[in-house]
Design a protein around this ligand. Structure first.
Ligand code: NAD
Length: 438
């Protein structure tokens, strides 16, 4: 475990932010950062940019900004690089995604046009709805990993960045159970050489990043770094990793509401969630094998928060259904409906309806920014392996084997802030508060 108040290397120079997948989320992040740098937007939704952290007692009145409390890379120091299986530059891709309105987007057109994706590592059997044209060809998966490393080397050389992080913003891959190829690093490397089909493209990116000492976060529900072989690589190279699946719309709300119901010991008989979504992500998720990966990720949160094993009379037998319908007219503007059937005193039934008209990439972009900055901080602080304190950002947080993840957003936030306090050697906040009454 990292020592309290351990030395953190300063955030000198530029930080490369490497993005496999230059689609709606990535381009909304990049355009947003460029707009914010020009004073044309605010980083709303970003804890690293707007969050504060209380230090000491409530009576101390000491609540600095998170970015003043820990040494984070500044927005000015970020340099973006990306891969995609389509050759569109970041401006074309952002225009296609339609998240940021053209008059605003045109203010950063030049910066976005300069970001042209490197050809991606792709397997059409794994994301069936996409037919990529800008794809690397190599004899083995190991060669593909080496080609990604060569892209990273060239990027470092061209931009002069000393540090980099990678955040997977590519499409959701089809469902996969961990298998023999994922057991140890030696098994994984043998499987790379043998073109094993269970080594997925996202794993090849992660392998390339970790091999070069670059922290990796996974924004999709694919296994990717959540396999023993890549955890072993992260630990042996002393690199931080985290995942999976950005927690943005409906699941974010679920992990806000469910802890509240449980806190009041209100029962649940059913939670029905449905969404319409019309972007490329929605199109990919319309394919059953990709949706299965997402479904697993979305379904798990309630069971962990409600703990039916401890409260069978309240949560022993609720029905939980989740689906996503691909509906092109809505583009990135997702609409989610939740119907919650709950019950109270003496078993009397009640209902709650949530209709969230959200914007998928507007919610996701600040998470990518925070993850990039926090992973870079973690690495400069000497942290490595699974970063559970970043579970705040994920629907299926990666944890140590045998440890159930915390899904409750408020527990996740306390964990994140206490980790920052620990890093700076400040007292952890337990909310006990008895000392105010002594
Ligand atoms: N937006 C959200 O709220 C949210 C929430 C949770 C998870 N996610 C996940 O984040 C990811 C990105 O979402 P998005 O809305 O930007 O999707 P998107 O479809 O707009 O972008 C994904 C991009 O990845 C590219 N791609 C696919 N496979 C690739 C590969 N092997 N190598 C390089 N590029 C590849 C696609 O061509 C596409 O441009 C998706 O997996 C999505 O499920 C998004």
């Amino acid at each position: 475990m990292i020592e309290a108040g351990a030395k953190i290397a300063p955030a000198d120079g530029s930080l490369g932010v490497l993005l496999p997948g230059l689609g709606a989320v990535s381009t909304t992040l990049i355009a947003g950062v460029e707009l914010i740098k020009k004073g044309l937007g605010r980083p709303i939704g970003s804890l690293t940019q707007l969050g504060t952290i209380r230090i000491g007692k409530r009576t101390d009145n000491n609540t600095p900004s998170i970015r003043d409390f820990v040494p984070l890379a500044s927005l000015d120091s970020l340099v973006f690089g990306a891969w995609d299986i389509f050759p569109d530059n970041a401006y074309e891709s952002a225009a296609h995604a339609g998240v940021i309105a053209p008059p605003l987007l045109d203010n950063v057109r030049e910066e976005l046009e300069a970001i042209r994706p490197w050809p991606g590592v792709f397997d059409p059997g794994v994301v069936k709805r996409l037919h990529g044209t800008h794809v690397k060809q190599s004899a083995t998966k190991l060669d593909l990993a080496e080609s990604l490393m060569a892209d990273i080397d060239a990027f470092r050389h061209r931009t002069g960045v000393k540090r980099a992080v990678m955040v997977w913003c590519g499409s959701t891959e089809s469902f996969l159970h961990p298998g023999p190829a994922h057991r140890t690093l030696a098994d994984f490397e043998a499987a790379l050489r043998a073109n094993d089909p269970t080594i997925r493209p996202s794993m090849i990116y992660a392998y390339a990043a970790l091999s070069q000492g670059i922290p990796f976060a996974n924004g999709a529900p694919n296994l990717t770094v959540d396999v023993p072989a890549l955890v072993e690589l992260a630990d042996s190279r002393r690199v931080p990793i985290c995942g999976k699946d950005f927690k943005t719309g409906q699941t974010l709300m679920k992990t806000i509401i469910a802890p509240g119901l449980k806190a009041r010991m209100l029962g649940l008989s059913g939670w029905f969630s449905t969404n319409i979504l019309g972007n490329r992500d929605g199109e990919v998720l319309d394919e059953p094998s990709s949706f299965r990966t997402k479904e697993e990720s979305k379904l798990s949160v309630l069971d962990v928060i409600l703990r039916k094993d401890l409260h069978p009379e309240l949560y022993g037998d609720y029905i939980h259904r989740v689906n996503i319908q691909y509906y092109p007219p809505r583009g990135d503007n997702k609409e989610g409906w939740d119907n919650i059937d709950l019950f109270g005193w003496l078993g009397y039934p009640m209902q709650m309806k949530i209709n969230f008209l959200c914007r998928d990439s507007i919610l996701a972009a600040p998470l990518v920014l925070d993850l990039a900055l926090f992973l870079d901080l973690a690495q400069r602080a000497g942290m490595h392996g699974i970063q559970e304190w970043l579970s705040f950002y994920f629907k299926s947080p990666q944890t140590a084997p045998g440890l159930y993840p915390e899904h409750d957003l408020f527990i996740q936030l306390v964990k994140l802030k206490n980790t920052l306090r620990h890093l700076r050697g400040a007292e952890l906040i337990t909310h006990l508060g008895l000392e105010y009454y002594d």
